[in-house]
Design a protein around this ligand. Structure first.
Ligand code: PGA
Length: 258
């Protein structure tokens, strides 16, 4: 079973509707020839309609950056998975480290959000990753496995087939300090091993594991050359059409592995 590379751009709290429209237009032009790779962008909520309108039929999917676990109700400031779906999103980030550290998303909240995404018919991109202190203490693998268990432990095979996992070491996000290809590969292999131990064979064979954390046009190829790295979740470098295009190209030229 081959896995198609998947590159997603996380715009975070950048690009209001007007700027998002302009960037989406540039991306559409820059990525016109991109083939063999799935591409998606995650604009801020408010900019989703402009980006969906610009990218519809363009082969670039739109991702929500977060969602509330409930469908609707008295949750001021929140957006549900159903609303994202209605607005044209097909994916949603769940458990990004900034949500975990700045907005208090615990493993339990992340698990509820992941189920809410599935309920809404969105494909979750589950973000996991250890802090620098955890890596230095030698607990990185255990931390990531605990995050996986909390979010995915109870899911059935069909739900698992819709999931993407993004391994994002917290110390590499927005710091310019990327995990080395070997460090990333080691964790990706651990994650795939975790999946293999719990789910039927087709799950570890098809679930894509993106690497995230200071991915740039210059380090993308060496990361993508690793057998268990199936793409990237890109923050800063996704705000520029040219650097994002170069990362997508690096992923497109990755040989498909099973
Ligand atoms: P970065 O962000 O590429 O700017 O490090 C990655 C992310 O947070 O998804």
């Amino acid at each position: 079973m081959s896995r198609r590379a998947f590159v997603a751009g996380n715009w975070k709290m950048n690009k209001g509707p007007l700027e998002a429209d302009a960037l989406a237009m540039e991306l559409k032009r820059a990525l016109i020839d991109a083939s063999g790779v799935d591409v998606a962008v995650a604009p801020p909520f408010l900019s989703i309609p402009a980006v969906v309108a610009r990218l519809s039929h363009g082969g670039i999917a739109v991702v929500g950056q977060d969602l509330h676990p409930e469908v609707s109700g008295a949750f001021t400031g929140a957006v549900s998975g159903e609303m994202l779906k209605q607005a044209g999103c097909s994916y949603v980030l769940v458990g990004h480290s900034e949500r975990r550290s700045l907005f208090g998303d615990t493993d339990a909240v992340v698990a509820r959000k992941l189920r809410a995404a599935l309920r809404a018919g969105l494909k979750p991109i589950l973000c996991v990753g250890e802090t620098l202190a955890e890596r230095d203490a030698g607990t990185a693998i255990a931390v990531v496995q605990a995050q996986l268990s909390a979010a995915l432990g109870e899911l059935d095979r069909d739900s698992m087939m819709t999931i993407t996992i993004a391994y994002e070491p917290v110390w590499a996000i927005g710091t310019g300090r990327t995990a080395s290809p070997d460090q990333a590969q080691e964790m990706h292999a651990q994650i795939r091993g975790w999946l293999s131990a719990r789910f039927p064979r087709e799950v570890p064979a098809s679930v894509r594991i993106q690497y995230g954390g200071s991915v740039t046009a210059s380090n993308a190829s060496s990361l993508m050359s690793q057998p268990d790295i199936d793409g990237a979740l890109v923050g800063g470098a996704s705000l520029n059409a040219e650097s994002f295009r170069a990362i997508v190209e690096a992923a497109a030229s990755k040989p498909r592995l099973s």
